[in-house]
Design a protein around this ligand. Sequence first.
Ligand SMILES: [Zn+2]
Length: 196
Amino acid sequence: MIQEKKVSQKEFIFDYYRNNPNRDIEHKEIVPIVTKNWETRYGKKLADPDRAIRSLFEEGKLIKVRIGVYKYDPDFVAKPQAKTFPDNLKKKIFERDNYKCVICGQGQEEGLEIHADHIIPRSRGGQNTLENGQTLCSRHNMLKKNLQQTETGKKMFIRLYELAQKEQDEQLENFTKEILEIYEKYDINGHIDWNK
Ligand SMILES: [Zn+2]
């Protein structure tokens, strides 16, 4: 009896990239295909393909082309990126920022702990580079982490706002507009553009 080798979901997804080397592959292409193939083969649902792809990228197996697009290049062997900055790089980031939080200018002299923060988070493809690092005090580091959780909300309200405009639903438009104005008032998630 031939025993089929058990593959993990991640390996299963990686195989698709490996069979299509050097091609930019969008999430919307690969996700439905691997989901279907996995189901056909194992009769089960593929758990979280997006996460598996991110993880393959974090392990250095895939190259990120842009958001939602990755490719496999057999000649590219990336070193797996650590979750945090290596110590020598962390030191360089602190030195460049004079050991001060880039937001409030406070640091160890003021008795605050400092952190090397990824400007673009690792989970979104941000790399361990000097350019992608910044010094934050513990307060602003925490604040940034917490505010990432409001991003989804802002994006959702923007979509709702645009929909309300299109459908000429005045009540929904006013509701979403007021919420988005509160985001602006407190300067929350300013990097997400809202076109009034
Ligand atoms: Zn600070």
